[in-house]
Design a protein around this ligand. Sequence first.
Ligand SMILES: [Mg+2]
Length: 405
Amino acid sequence: MRPFTRTEFLKMLGAGALASAFPARAGLASPRMESAKAAAKALRIRDVEIYYWDIPFKEPLTIALGTITETNGVLIRVLTDAGIVGLGESCPFAPVTGDTQQTNIDVARDLRESLKGKDPLAIESAGRTIGTFGRSNPCIVAAFDMALYDILGQAAGLPVFRLLGGDRTTFETDATTGIDTPEKMARSAREHVAAGFRALKVKIGQDPDTDVARLQAIRDAVGPGPALRLDANQGYTVPQALYALRRMEKLDIQFCEQPVVRTDISGLRQVREASPIAIMADESLFSPVDAIRLVKEEACDYFNIKLMKCGGIANAVKISTIGEAANIRCMLGCNSETRLGLTAAGHVLGAQSNIFYADLDAFLALGIDPIAGGMTVKNGTATLPETPGLGAVVDPAFLKKLKKA
Ligand SMILES: [Mg+2]
C-alpha cells in the first residue's frame, strides 16, 4: 500500500475541502489542518435563497388519500461566507404532513432570518432553532436540515453517508404501483419487474374485496419472485384491514403500511396482533417521540421513516436508532421528492444498518428530472454519490428558470 499524500490525509481527518478552500494560509508554519480548522470555525451562513417548483407527474397517482398529479416543492440554497452552498428540498403533502408549499415558503423566510450569521456546522444548535417549526412544517425543516448536512459534508470532504459513519454505497429500492383496476395494476407491476425492480410497493386501502383481487392479479402477473409490499394509507377500519390481510396471506406479502387512521394507535396494535401480515407504521410515525410511543404500545413491526415527516437527517437517524434498540427494522420512504431529497434520504440509508428497506422511487413518477449528480437508480439498485456533501445539485438551466420567493 502506498503512503497517503498530505491532501488525502487531511481528507481522512475531515478537513479536506476547507484545507483546499483556503490555500492562502497553507504555506504557513502551522499545517493546513490548522487553517482548515480555523476556516471551519469561521464558517457563517451568509444568506438563504428560496425557490419553488411545481413539477407535473408523468401520470396521476391514486392512493387511498386521493389522486396526486404534481409535486409542489421548495428548494433552498444556504449560502456561506466561504462559498460553500448547501441545498435542501421540501416536498409537502398536506393530507399527511399538514404543510403546503406556501406555508413552507413563509417559514423558510423566518428561518432565513434566524439562521443568518450562524455557524452552519453546528447542526445540533441549528436544530433547536429550526426544529420548533417541525410540528407545523416538517418538510421545510427537513430542507434546512439536509442543506446543513450538505455544507458539513462539503466542509469535511466527505459524502454525507460516510460522514455519518456509513459505508453502504448501494441498496435496492422498490417501485410503486398506484390504485387502479386489477388489470392495470398487474400491468404496472409487470413493467416494474421488467425494469429490474425486485420489490414492488402496491397502494391499496379503498375497498377490501377489490384490493384482494388487485393483489391476486399482481402476484399472478409477476410470479413468486418479487417482494410485494402494501400501503393502505390509513384507508381501512380495523375489521376491514383484518378481512383483507387474512385473504392476502397466501400471496406472500412482506408487510402492510399504515392500515388504519394515523391517530388510532390502539387500532394499529389490534391489526398487528391479529394480522398474518406484518404491519409497518408510516403516517403514525413522524418524530422520535412517536417512535417511542409505537414501541411502548407494541403497535407495529416496522417503521417507515421519511425525511419529510421527521424534519430531516438528524431525526431520521434518531428514529432508526430507537427502532434498532426495540428490534424494529426500518424502511426509508419518501413523498414526491426530486432526486435531491431522495439523495438525502439515501445517505441516511447508507449510514444506518437498521434501515433494511428503501422506497425511494418518487423521481420515476415525475415528468422531469432537474437534478444533476446525486443518487442514481438502475435495475432497481440505488447507488450513492461519493461526492462531498449530498453530492446532488439542481441543473443550472433549470435553476435559472425557477421562481424565487
Ligand atoms: Mg406509506
